[in-house]
Every structure is written in C-alpha cells, then in structure tokens.
Ligand binder design. Structure first.
Ligand code: T3D
Length: 266
C-alpha cells in the first residue's frame, strides 16, 4: 500500500499534519490538496485537538504547485493554454479558507525550502517557526505568475509594501534568519533546537484559551479594513461574547486563586 500523502500524529492535544511527497519536495497535486483538506477537517471536528502543526517530510516544507502535474503543466506548443484559474478556485482557495477558519491555532513548522504556494501556505498559519537552514521563496514571478495562496493579501500586511514588492517581484530565496528579521515569520531557531521549539510552542498554545486565540486571529484580520472607531466597536462586540464564556471565568478564577487555569472552550 502506498504511504499517505499527509502523515498525522498526535501528542496530547496537538495534531501534527506532515506533507509527505518528499521526492517532489512535497509539492501540491490535486490528491495532496484533497488529503490535506480532509485531515484539516478532521482536526477541526475533533474537540480533543487544541492546536495543529503543519510540517513537511524530508528536506523541504513544500515547493508549491507540482509543476509536472498535467492539471497545470502547459501542453505542447499549439495546444490550448491551461486555465489555472479553476485550479486556484477549486483547490488553493478552499485550503486557505480552511486554514484561516480552523477553530484552533495553527503553527507552520518550516524545515527546508518553502516555495511558491508552499511559502504562502506557511504564512497562512497563525505562527510560523522555521529552522535556521530553512528558506522562503515567492517563486511565482520566475514562472510568470503572481503570488497566490493569499500571497497578495498576506505579504504587504506582514512585511509592508517595500519588502512585499521585493520578495514578489524578484522571487529570491530569503533565509529564515532574514524572514524573522523583516517580520515575515514569528521565529527562526537553530536546527538542533527546532523540534523542541515547535513542540513546546504547540503544547503551550494548546493549553491556552484557544477560542480567544482564534477570535484574536479573526479580529486582527478584520481590523485591517476598519477605521479605529469601527475596530473599537468590534473589540467590544467580541469581548462581550468571550466575557460570557467559560474560559474567561476560569482565567479570572485561576488568577484570583493563584492556580493554573484549565481552559476548555474551543
Ligand atoms: O500552477 C498553478 O496551478 C497555479 C498555482 C501556482 C502555485 C505555485 O506554487 S507556483 C510556484 C511553483 N513552485 C515553484 O516554482 C518552485 C519550483 N522549485 C524550485 O524552484 C526548486 O526546486 C526549489 C527552490 C524549491 C528547491 O531547489 P533545490 O535545488 O533544492 O531542489 P531541486 O533539485 O530543484 O528539486 C528537487 C526535486 O524536486 C527535483 O526533482 P528531480 O530532478 O530530483 O526528479 C525537482 O524537479 C522537484 N521539484 C521541486 N519543486 C517542484 C518539483 N517538482 C514539481 N513541482 C515543483 N514545484
């Protein structure tokens, strides 16, 4: 039997999903898309899961779209051009939407190269931790495309217009150290410390009030389009709901009693 395209493992409340096409640097085929979406759906539906880690097997995180896949590969000269629009609509868009609507925090654990849609897949996650030897490439311009998988939306928000343009137009390899320096990712850690760092971050997030963390994701994203007054109104609205939830009561009770809180909302 062939190996699964997405490996799943569980450590306590942390579910780790590992892209598993190492011979093609975990590049995306339609099958890999389907498997990843299904595994994310399962993690979202499993109330015991409180954090998801997304990783890649072998020497890459993900090299983006598999350019050899007949679904996207240009045909011989003279043949009808391939329409990439439906591929984006049918596969990449739902994947981004799934990631951004996960009911738990999602951590990208980037080892090796993250290129094209693979880079932006990582950037779609709530936090990105990269090994020092990892790198990020907005490879799209090199093959005549624009940054997809939310790249146009994420890049200027993460690093500002100047860096977004530099990364997207040139498509150069950005080291993990520089990715951390310009604010593209949360943290770059030495290779030897990488596994422990990811595991402890994921465990820490899983023990936090994850419903509030997810509400924070949505509030930060929404606020990008709002005036200050609108954002203040949104904060009041969201806080109103969270203030009635178990985790707030538990957090305050634990603080008052000087004990560790046990958060359960999701
Ligand atoms: O097309 C659409 O549907 C639109 C959607 C687009 C989304 C996108 O992601 S577009 C961008 C696609 N990705 C790329 O353009 C990246 C292409 N890959 C590279 O530039 C390099 O492979 C890397 C910089 C990622 C790594 O370089 P290196 O030197 O470490 O490895 P390599 O030797 O180039 O690659 C190793 C193998 O993986 C090699 O296969 P082989 O020769 O050993 O049989 C290579 O062909 C394969 N590989 C790497 N990336 C892809 C790939 N095979 C298919 N698709 C890939 N994207």
């Amino acid at each position: 039997m062939s190996e699964a395209l997405v490996l799943c493992s569980r450590q306590g409340a942390v579910s780790t999903l590992t892209l598993n096409r190492p011979s093609a640097l975990n590049s995306f085929t339609a099958e890999l898309h389907r498997e990843l979406l299904a595994r994310l759906d399962e993690a979202a539906a499993d109330t015991e899961v409180r954090c998801v880690v997304l990783a890649g097997a072998g020497r890459a995180f993900c090299a983006g779209q598999d350019l050899a896949d007949p679904m996207v590969a240009p045909g011989p000269e003279g043949s009808a051009p391939t329409d990439l629009g439906p591929v984006i609509e049918r596969l990449y868009k739902p994947l981004v939407q799934r990631l951004r609507s996960m009911p738990v925090p999602v951590v990208a654990a980037v080892q090796g190269v993250a290129a094209g849609a693979g880079a932006n897949l990582a950037l779609c996650c709530d936090m990105v931790v990269a090994a020092r030897s990892a790198s990020f490439i907005q490879a799209f311009a090199k093959i005549g495309l624009i940054p997809d998988t939310a790249g146009t939306w994420l890049l200027p928000r993460l690093v500002g217009r100047a860096h977004a343009f530099g990364l997207a137009l040139l498509g150069d390899k950005l080291s993990a150290t520089d990715a951390e320096r310009i604010g593209l990712i949360w943290k770059c850690v030495d290779d030897a410390a990488f596994a422990d760092e990811v595991a402890s971050l994921a465990k820490r997030l899983a023990a936090m009030p994850v419903a509030a963390l997810v509400a924070t994701r949505h509030a930060l994203d929404r606020a990008q389009h709002l005036t200050l007054d609108e954002a203040l109104g949104e904060e009041a609205r969201v806080q109103s709901g969270l203030g009635r939830a178990h985790d707030y009561l538990e957090g305050v009770a634990a603080f008052t009693a000087k004990r560790q809180p046990v958060f359960t909302d999701r």
